[in-house]
Each structure stands twice: as structure tokens, then as C-alpha cells.
Write a protein that binds this ligand. Sequence first.
Ligand SMILES: [Zn+2]
Ligand SMILES: [Zn+2]
Length: 194
Amino acid sequence: MKLDLRALLAGEYRTLPVQFDLVIEQDTKNHFTGLTDIRFDTPLSVSGTITNTAGYIRMSLSLSIDYTALCARCLEDVSGSFSFDVERTVVTAKMAEDMTEDRIDELVVVEDGFLALDELLTECLELSLPFRFLCKEDCLGLCDRCGKNLNEGPCNCKKKEIDPRMEPLRRLLDEMKAEEEKEDATPDPQDENN
Ligand SMILES: [Zn+2]
Ligand SMILES: [Zn+2]
């Protein structure tokens, strides 16, 4: 999407409403390949304004997109809607030259009266998305032994995991049992020692 800002820059009106959809390409050729575990179910919906206040031009956009991602723990699909805002000061290339470097991030450069936003907004989406998604905050994930989804109930590995901790008690019970059997078969060893 290239917005025509010529009339806004010329001061013919103060505010330009912005409303468009941006399809996020997810093929392997573009730069948007870092997010392999997410697919977008809708285009990126973009709406907002660009306002010229006596030559100071400010772009203020709200964006949202529907996605399906994988839960980082159980690998089930997680669907949702993600929203974020983008605010930038719009400057001409000439103005950008005079800007100090630490302000460059807050700027977007208009070229020959047109503002190209696809790359900027795609980049902002990539940076705004959470690092990982969870199907729910307390997702139990998969058993790292058998791979069962533990949200659906415990697996059999769970019992085996408890076994080592119960081992001393089990051994004690075995010993007591063996001792009892021995006592039944032979006279009390305590008496012999005395
Ligand atoms: Zn999950
Ligand atoms: Zn298991």
C-alpha cells in the first residue's frame, strides 16, 4: 500500500483517514520467515489517521490480525486475534537526513509525496508478536517420555516417575515382610542373642 500524501503535505486538508488491509505473505522467499509456527487467517487490518499539524506530520495506526499458532507446550493449535499500534512521525527524505540517528526509529519517510507502508507494518507485526503462544496459561504440555498431551489427563509415565521416590519405603516394607516370614519359620532371634 502506497498512500498519496501530496494533498496532505500541501496543506489542503489536515487529516487523512487511513483504512486498508495488508496481506502478509508467508512464503519462504520474503523476509517474514522467522515465524514458522504461525499462520495468519486474515490480512493485517490497518486503520488510523495521518495528521498534518503545521508541518509536523504524525501517523497513528491501529492494526489487528487473526492467527493460528502452535501452543509452545502442547503443540495444539491456538487461534486468536492480535492487535497493536504503530505511531510514527512522517518526514521527507530531506528532513530525515537532518535527524539524529536515535530518532530514526520513530520516523517514516515519505518519498515524492507517497508513503510506502507494507514493509514497515510487516516489520512492526513481526516485532510486536509474542515470542511464544500458549493454549492457556496453565497448559500442562506434553509428557517428555511418551508425548501424551497432559491436558487430557495423566499418562502412565507419571506413575513410574513417582516410583523412585517410593523406593526406600517399598524396600522397607519388603524387609518387614521378609522378617515376618522368617519369624514365623524360626524362633525369635532376639531370644537367641540373649
Ligand atoms: Zn497447550
Ligand atoms: Zn508419559
